[in-house]
Design a protein around this ligand. Structure first.
Ligand code: BES
Ligand code: ZN
Ligand code: ZN
Length: 465
């Protein structure tokens, strides 16, 4: 799809028309005769009139616009028309998101590739000034980042293991003039990152620690570390997942993929922030060399961890990566981590919402506000003193699972808190994206599979710093 911004009537093949508040303003008789009422996700093509009508029940809600536009672009894609115009008086970025995200498909593994020409889409606005042009370009950069994240997550685990993830990071660094460090298992060993190392031990793929850095041309006002769980596959390890739960665990790299996605867009946004993207790329497998329940691991900060379940591996990888970020980067203002960390988070808040955790209630709420503004559902999952006791260990400093069945998203978040230095307690947010990162059916303008969760919420937060 080619997106163009225009002020003129372009004479495109088709016009896309949003019917707002169920008020049909043109072709009313015809639309009524075919039963079109303008409900959300309702869409008709009138081929002879060369018009696509789509419902947008709540035009004040940006999500409603995005869903309408996404529905229309899918309709257009089912035809041989080559171009379309859509008018946007305001909310330009919502139109762009609806088009760019709604148009996404993942066809890498289809042996017959669709040979239809790329569509030309013209967004017709009243005038184009510097601000509009900037909004246009930035929104496309953000959508490209979301779609890149989806591509990573959707790729099969045998085609996307830690070394490939590292290569993708190097590519992003080259294209965006970022610094890039790829640290191997020797580094992890020398630096006491034994929790992360243990998780990857039974895999034929060596673990990688990825560290990308963006430094702005202007003086940075804030220094931010983004840490991502990059489990390129999570079989559960010796605490093996049941067959039905293992399917889709290629998506356990979603946190790390979101971090790479964010880093791919950050230079296009030209913000006065220094951003570090750190990804623990690891595969959790079984084998004679696998780490075991009953093992005790010593993390980078010296904390000893009793392993009671090898499927609670993400927190082990993140523990060392969070320590790395705080040891290697001085004077951080914010530390965010992104992870498909717990099934409990999905049970608690459903598939479409991320769980936001941390010690700083105000920061949690501020982050959620920006997330909702960006079109990503998120809610706070508060820590408490009682659940904190459930991850105590009899033989080590801490256990990698709680002794209760309930509140698993929160206990996982509080496990991570053990690896946040006192001076950083208020600067850290943990984002459990286990629900929205990967859904095996399409929802709104998100296609089946990966959604790129974490990317838009974070960029919206950065823009508002
Ligand atoms: N990657 C999973 C969490 C997950 C589950 C993500 C479903 C997406 C969808 C994580 O590593 C895991 O297995 N967590 C366990 C923790 C438990 C052993 C304490 C879980 O949620 O069951
Ligand atoms: Zn797991
Ligand atoms: Zn996992």
């Amino acid at each position: 799809m080619n997106l163009n911004l225009t002020t003129k009537n372009t004479g495109a093949d088709v016009e896309i028309i949003l019917v707002k508040n169920k008020k049909i303003k043109s072709d009313a008789k015809l639309l009524e005769s075919i039963g079109f009422t303008g409900k959300d996700e309702e869409c008709v093509l009138l081929p002879e009139l060369k018009k696509i009508y789509v419902g947008c029940e709540e035009p004040k809600d940006k999500e409603s616009i995005k869903i309408a536009v996404a529905t229309a672009i899918k309709k257009l894609n089912s035809t041989n028309f080559k171009s379309a115009t859509i008018k946007s008086k305001d909310n330009l970025s919502s139109y762009i998101e609806g088009l760019e995200l709604g148009n996404y498909t993942f066809t890498k593994y289809k042996s017959k590739q669709d040979e239809k020409d790329e569509k030309n889409i013209y967004i017709q606005v009243e005038n184009i000034d510097k601000d509009i042009q900037k909004e246009f370009e930035e929104t496309i950069a953000i959508c490209d980042a979301v779609n890149l994240t989806k591509d990573f997550v959707n790729t099969a685990p045998d085609d996307f293991f830690p070394d490939i993830m590292a290569k993708e990071a190097i590519k992003i660094a080259k294209e965006n003039s970022l610094e890039c460090k790829i640290l191997d298992e020797d580094y992890l060993e020398k630096n006491g990152m034994n929790a992360m190392l243990a998780v990857g031990r039974a895999s034929r793929h060596k673990s990688k620690l990825i560290h990308l850095t963006y430094k702005p041309k202007k003086k940075a006002k804030y220094k931010i570390a983004l840490v991502g769980k990059g489990l390129t596959y999570d079989s559960g390890g010796l605490s093996l997942k049941p067959a039905d739960f293992m399917v889709s665990m290629k998506s356990d790299k979603s946190g790390g993929s979101a971090v790479l996605g964010i880093m791919s867009a950050i230079s296009a946004l030209d913000l006065p922030i220094e951003v570090h993207g750190i990804v623990g790329a690891v595969e959790n497998m079984i084998g004679g060399d696998a780490y075991k329940p009953d093992d005790v691991l010593v993390a980078k900060n010296g904390t000893t961890i009793e392993v009671r379940n090898t499927d609670a591996e993400g927190r082990l990888v993140l523990a060392d990566c969070l320590c790395y970020a705080q040891d290697e980067i001085k004077d951080l203002d914010y530390i965010f981590d992104y992870a498909t960390l717990t099934g409990a988070c999905v049970v608690g808040v459903g598939h479409y919402t991320s769980g936001i955790m941390g010690n700083n209630t105000q920061l949690n709420h501020k982050f959620i506000e920006h997330s909702l503004e960006a079109g990503e559902l998120a809610t706070t999952l508060p820590f408490n003193r009682y659940l904190r006791k459930t991850i105590k260990s009899e033989i080590a400093d801490i256990s990698n699972i709680a002794n209760t069945r309930y509140g698993g998203a929160i206990t996982a978040g509080m496990f991570l808190d053990n690896f946040i230095k006192d001076k950083n307690k208020d600067k850290w947010i943990h984002i459990d994206i286990a629900g929205p990162a990967y859904v095996e059916s399409a929802w709104g303008y998100n296609s089946v599979g990966a959604s790129g969760a974490g990317v838009r919420m974070s960029i919206e937060f950065f823009k508002n710093l």
